[in-house]
Design a protein around this ligand. Structure first.
Ligand SMILES: [Zn+2]
Length: 198
């Protein structure tokens, strides 16, 4: 039976690299994959998943009002799909996650989703909340804080390096940057309004 996977992490843990590697492994065995990324993320190029180490692949875009099950089935009717891979899955809606469960259960197509667990305030993203609740397999991709401990929180920093503790959950492509840190250093930086070290 196919399964729904949620690969989650803080920022810069290599999620896109891992997604592209998985897709490559399927393709190498002559199997077809379908890759999606959020329409919201236009940092690199629309309709591409790009990893920081230079790999990239074409992707379809998902947006809030789209039925992702129908989009997958339309492609599957053209030519069978062996695996669906979704980048930036924190931006999925509850309905999207329900549709992906149906793709896994009723159509027996494995779905691998990759994304952030929480935002810079430490709150769950909607997509991540339902994936944590419903995915068959939860896999943490690890990255480290500057102190060497596992990083499980994300700080949003202004261009001047000041820690931002409010604002919209989604601000991609602004001047802000995001740094992954451990819980201890997240709390410390949030209290002080700045980060000790990068
Ligand atoms: Zn730390």
């Amino acid at each position: 039976m196919a399964q729904l996977y949620f690969y989650y992490s803080a920022m810069n843990a290599g999620k896109s690299t891992s997604l592209l590697q998985s897709s490559y492994n399927y393709n190498e065995r002559g199997m077809r994959t379908l890759i999606f990324t959020a329409a919201i993320d236009t940092r690199f190029a629309k309709g591409k998943v790009t990893s920081r180490i230079g790999l990239s692949a074409d992707a379809l875009l998902f947006s809030d009002d789209m039925n992702i099950r129908d989009a997958i089935l339309a492609e599957n009717n053209k030519e069978p799909i062996h695996c669906v891979l979704i980048d930036e899955c924190q931006f999925l809606t509850k309905a999207h996650v329900e549709q992906l469960c149906e793709i896994t259960d009723s159509y027996d197509i494995p779905v691998l989703t990759y994304g952030l667990r929480t935002d810079f305030r430490g709150e769950l993203f909607t997509g991540s909340a339902y994936l944590l609740a419903w995915a068959d397999k939860l896999v943490e991709l690890k990255t480290v804080c500057y102190c060497g401990r596992k990083a499980n929180k994300v700080l949003r920093l202004a261009a001047n390096g000041k820690v931002l503790s409010d604002g919209a959950q989604v601000e991609i492509g602004g001047n802000e940057k995001y740094v992954s840190v451990c819980r201890k250093h997240y709390t410390e930086a949030t209290l002080k309004g700045r980060i000790e070290q990068l």
